[in-house]
Design a protein around this ligand. Sequence first.
Ligand SMILES: Nc1nc2c(c(=O)[nH]1)N[C@H]1C(S)=C(S)[C@@H](COP(=O)(O)O)O[C@H]1N2
Ligand SMILES: [Mo]
Length: 322
Amino acid sequence: MLIKKPADIKPSEITDQNTYLNRRAFIRDSGLLGVGIAASVMGLPWSKQSWAEAAPGKRVYPALAKSNFSTDEKLTDFDDATSYCNFYEFGTRKSDPKENSQAFVTSPWSVTVDGACEKPGTYTLEDILKPHTLEERIYRLRCVEAWSMVIPWVGFSLGDALKRFQPTSKAKYVSFYTLHDAERMPGQKRRVLEWPYREGLRIDEAMHPLAMLAVGMYGAELPNQNGAPLRLVVPWKYGFKSIKSIVRISFTEEEPVSTWNQVQPSEYGFYSNVNPTVDHSRWSQKKERRIGNWLKQETLMFNGYADQVASLYSGMDLKKFF
Ligand SMILES: Nc1nc2c(c(=O)[nH]1)N[C@H]1C(S)=C(S)[C@@H](COP(=O)(O)O)O[C@H]1N2
Ligand SMILES: [Mo]
């Protein structure tokens, strides 16, 4: 795990909420510009320039309402969030996804919905987005590897999206699948995981208002390395539950397969709630390193979202259902 020390970070790389907000004001004024064009024509501050490099061809969203669920912690530097990634479909090193995903084509994109629901079918990404108003939600993402970030996601409630497919009473769980196409996702040429990457939630977890489907971050469409064009964000669970580049959603009666649980069930459970009192079999989960900070900080129960989600697990032994 490579983490930048303060001494390695150039002053030009340090951003703060103000820079971010100024940039957002600019975006609002400029409307829906292609970021590449915006960056080259207008002579933008460093953050926009690196954005254009990290997410070439991605659109900037006009002003977005910020969700009440948002944390007010300092945002992770845009460059870190887009160059220190986990996306095994594009390689297993943190730098691989950015390097290897730039040619990945995410349009057109469709999602197949099946299983225990009244409205199965194949939906285009536009169909899925149409009824929803995009909002910005600043959430913590806590990786099981004990680092974390604070990301301004752009998206909408997962539960609202799922309700449109009318899950039946048999839908006790919902599972998600990433694209499986080794020509487009070169990391799939190696069997480091069982492809496609899969994740699942209990239906009440999926319906929780904090769970979201994201189509963007930092005010623009998702960079490919962060899961374009559609990913899950479940902020009270370890990062691996937040599956990227989703092409299938399936409602099931039985607990579905989740990839890391399948790889190593003794180390990764189905629930994978952030829990400082349950260590990973090979390391402690008590602390985390916020990317960009030098000192470690305490990990909070349910990643700081306990007030909202603890009731989902009342009566459950979280050491057993880890
Ligand atoms: N399809 C897919 N989704 C994935 C992964 C992956 O390898 N493949 N990695 C997961 C892990 S372990 C984490 S921590 C987060 C990282 O998201 P980020 O790279 O956008 O920060 O994505 C998750 N989603
Ligand atoms: Mo992770």
